[in-house]
Design a protein. Sequence first.
Length: 98
Amino acid sequence: MSVKVIIRRIIPEHRAADLVPMLRELRAMATLQPGYISGETLRRIDKPDEFLVISTWKSRQDWDRWAKSQERTEIQGKIDTVLGGKTEFGIFQYGLAE
């Protein structure tokens, strides 16, 4: 069963220039991973420093494999360093599914 991964980041305007290339690289690499279906990045209108990334994966195992990969953890570590904290994410499945 497919899953959605939700990642929320607060990116202060003065950090955006540092982060955008890393986020684009991470997104490009994700699209090449087995099980990746789609993804989108949203920016909150009333709080423009808040971003939401929603990606869809064929399975939790596909996401876990990517999430734990060396490539992802290296870039994610750099992103977290710039943001000054650990990025949090949640894994969701369609409602009432087992």
